[in-house]
Design a protein around this ligand. Structure first.
Ligand code: FAD
Ligand code: NAD
Length: 476
C-alpha cells in the first residue's frame, strides 16, 4: 500500500455532525478529509447522512406536502374555499422530496469544494496511531493519517427480532419515505418522533394509521400537559394510538402484515398493508474501530466521550448520534463545531441543558429545558405560566387555535427552567425560549419584551406574564 496521505483532520462520516466539523475545521485553516459511503439516487456520493438522505429533510418535505393536501380537504372549507376531487399524484409528491434531498446533498458537496475539504467515497476504519483505513466503495484501500480524527458515524434504526425489515411490507424510516402507493392500512410500532411524523404523512393522504406503543404513557419525554394536549388533537385527526401495546409477532401473509400484540384487554391481531417499525435508533459503530485503538464503547454500543466529545485517546473525538445524548441533527452540528474549534486551539462548548426538541406533527410540539415532572423529581421549587393559542388573535385568524405555551420558572429566582409548546409553528417559536434560557433570562424578562401584534409569539409573552398571574387575555 502507498504511504499514508497526510491531513490535519480526518472526519469519518459526512452527516450533520461530521460535515459541520469538517467545514468549521477548514474555516479555521486545517487540511481536512471527510469519508462517507452514502450513495444517492444519481449514483454519486450523497453527503449529509441520515438527516439529508432519509431523515430530517425528506420527512419535512413529505410533511409539508401532505399538510397542503390535508388543508385542502379539511381546513379550507372553513375559509369558504372548496375544491372538488382533490387528489394526490404520489410520483410528484415523492419526486419533489427526492429533488430537495439531491439539492441539499449536492449543496454539502459544493461547500466541501469551496472549503477545500477532500471527500473520500468509502468506509473509514480507525486504526492505532490515528491512522484511518479507507475502503473505497469500489473495494480499493488506502491509508490516511492525521493528528486528529473525528468519528461521526451516526445511527441506524433498531430492528425488532420478530419484525425484521424486508423493505417492502415491514419498513424503516427510509422505506416509509418512499411508498409507491398510499397504504390503505398502515401499522406503526412506536409512538415516538418518527412514528408520529411519518404516521401523520400517510394519515393525511388517506391511510388508516394504527400506532402501537409499548409504554402506558404517551410521549413520555415531553411535559405531561403538552403530551395530553397533543394526544387530544391526534385523536381528532383519527390517528389511532394504542398505548401499553406489546407487540410479539409480525408475519407477512399474502400481501399483508399480521401484527400480534397484547394490552390490558388481552391479545389482538392487527392486519395492515405496510408496517413501519420506529422503535428508536442505535449508534452505528460496526467495523469502525480496529484493534487496540483504545476507543471504548458503552453497553448501548455508543462511543464513550467526555463533555467535550473527547474519547480519552490522544487526538480521537466522537460526535453526533454515535455518542451519548439526544439523537438530533442540531446537537450533532454543535458538537462538530465545538470539536473543530477545540482542535484549532479555540474555546468550544455545547450547552446540553437547552437543546430544543421539535416534533413536526400538526399541531407541532416543541420544548427546551426541564419539564414540570423533572422539576418535581429534582425537588426544584417552580412556578408555571400557561397560555392557550385559542386566545391568540393570529392563531384564530389562521384557524389554528389548538394548543398552548407553558413556561416553568424557578419559584425563587424566576429564572426560566423550561418552555413547552404545542400549537401552530411552535418549531419557530421555541427559538425565543432557547435564546432567553441561554441568556439565563427570567420569565419577567420575557414579560417585559415587546412582542408584535398579532403574532403567534404573543402566546410566549402571555405565558411569561401568566407565570406572575398577570396574563391579560385569560383569567389568572
Ligand atoms: P448520520 O446523519 O447518521 O450520518 C452518519 C454518516 O456517516 C452517514 O452518512 C453514514 O453513511 C456515514 N458512515 C457511518 N459509518 C461510516 C464509516 N465507517 N465510514 C464512512 N462513512 C460512515 N433530527 C433533527 O434534529 N430534526 C429532525 O427533524 C429530524 N428528523 C428525523 C427524521 C427521521 C425519519 C430520522 C430517521 C431522523 C431524524 N432526525 C432529526 C435525526 C437526525 O437525522 C440525526 O440525529 C442526525 O442525522 C445525526 O447526525 P450524525 O452526523 O451523527 O449521523
Ligand atoms: P423514539 O425513541 O422517538 O420513539 C420510539 C418509541 O417506540 C418509544 O415511544 C418507545 O417506547 C417505543 N417502543 C420501543 N420498543 C417498542 C416495542 N417493542 N413495541 C412498541 N413500542 C416500542 O424513536 P424513533 O421514533 O424511532 O426516532 C429515533 C430518533 O430519531 C428520535 O429519538 C430522535 O432522536 C430522532 N428523530 C428526531 C426527529 C425530530 O427531531 N423531529 C424526527 C424523527 C426522528
Amino acid at each position: 500500500m502507498a504511504d499514508a496521505q497526510k491531513f490535519d483532520l480526518i472526519v469519518i462520516g459526512g452527516g450533520p455532525a461530521g460535515y459541520h466539523a469538517a467545514i468549521r475545521a477548514a474555516q479555521l485553516g486545517l487540511k481536512v478529509a471527510c469519508i462517507d459511503r452514502w450513495i444517492g439516487r444519481d449514483g454519486k456520493q450523497a453527503l449529509g447522512g441520515t438527516c439529508l438522505n432519509v431523515g430530517c429533510i425528506p420527512s419535512k418535505a413529505l410533511l409539508d406536502s401532505s399538510k397542503q393536501f390535508w388543508n385542502l380537504t379539511h381546513n379550507l372549507p372553513v375559509h369558504g374555499i372548496s375544491v372538488e376531487n382533490a387528489k394526490v399524484d404520489l410520483a410528484t409528491f415523492i419526486g419533489r422530496k427526492n429533488k430537495i434531498v439531491q439539492q441539499f446533498t449536492g449543496g454539502v458537496a459544493m461547500l466541501f469544494k469551496a472549503n477545500k475539504i477532500t471527500p473520500f467515497l468509502g468506509t473509514g476504519k480507525l486504526l492505532k496511531g490515528n491512522q484511518v483505513e479507507v475502503t473505497g466503495n469500489d473495494g480499493s484501500k488506502q491509508i490516511l493519517q492525521a493528528p486528529n480524527v473525528i468519528i461521526a458515524s451516526g445511527s441506524v434504526p433498531i430492528e425488532l427480532p420478530f419484525a425484521k425489515f424486508d423493505g417492502k411490507y415491514i419498513v424503516d424510516n427510509a422505506g416509509a419515505l418512499d411508498f409507491d402507493a398510499v397504504p390503505k392500512r398502515l401499522g406503526v410500532i412506536g409512538a415516538g418522533v418518527i412514528g408520529l411524523e411519518l404516521g401523520s404523512v400517510w394519515k393525511r393522504l388517506g391511510a388508516q394509521v394504527t400506532i402501537l406503543e409499548a409504554l402506558p404513557d404517551f410521549l413520555g419525554a415531553a411535559d405531561a400537559d403538552i403530551a395530553k394536549a397533543a394526544a387530544r388533537e391526534f385523536k381528532k385527526q383519527e390517528l389511532d394510538i394504542k398505548l401499553g401495546a406489546k407487540v410479539s409477532k409480525a408475519e407477512i401473509k399474502k400481501n399483508v402484515v399480521e401484527v400480534t400484540y397484547s394490552d390490558k384487554d388481552g391479545e389482538h391481531t392487527l392486519t395492515v398493508d405496510k408496517l413501519l417499525v420506529a422503535v428508536g435508533r442505535r449508534a452505528y459503530t460496526e467495523n469502525l474501530l480496529g484493534d487496540d485503538t483504545g476507543v471504548k464503547t458503552d453497553e448501548r454500543g455508543r462511543i464513550e466521550v467526555d463533555e467535550h466529545c473527547w474519547t480519552g485517546v490522544d487526538g480521537v473525538w466522537a460526535i453526533g448520534d454515535c455518542v451519548r445524548g439526544a439523537m438530533l441533527a442540531h446537537k450533532g452540528f454543535e458538537e462538530g463545531m465545538m470539536v473543530a474549534e477545540l482542535i484549532a486551539g479555540k474555546a468550544g462548548h455545547v450547552d446540553y441543558d437547552i437543546i430544543p426538541w421539535v416534533i413536526y406533527t400538526e399541531p407541532e410540539i416543541a420544548w427546551a429545558g426541564k419539564t414540570e415532572q423533572q422539576c418535581k423529581a429534582e425537588n426544584i421549587p417552580y412556578k408555571v405560566g400557561t397560555f392557550p393559542f385559542a386566545a391568540i388573535g393570529r392563531a384564530v385568524a389562521m384557524n389554528e387555535p389548538a394548543g398552548m405555551v407553558k413556561m416553568i420558572a424557578h419559584a425563587e429566582t424566576d429564572r426560566i427552567l423550561g418552555v413547552h409548546m404545542v400549537g401552530a409553528e411552535v418549531s419557530e417559536l421555541i427559538a425565543e425560549a432557547v435564546v432567553a434560557m441561554a441568556f439565563k433570562g427570567s420569565s419577567e424578562d420575557l414579560a417585559r419584551i415587546v412582542h408584535a401584534h398579532p403574532t403567534l409569539s404573543e402566546a410566549v409573552h402571555e405565558a411569561a406574564l401568566s407565570v406572575d398571574k398577570r396574563a391579560i387575555h385569560k383569567a389568572n
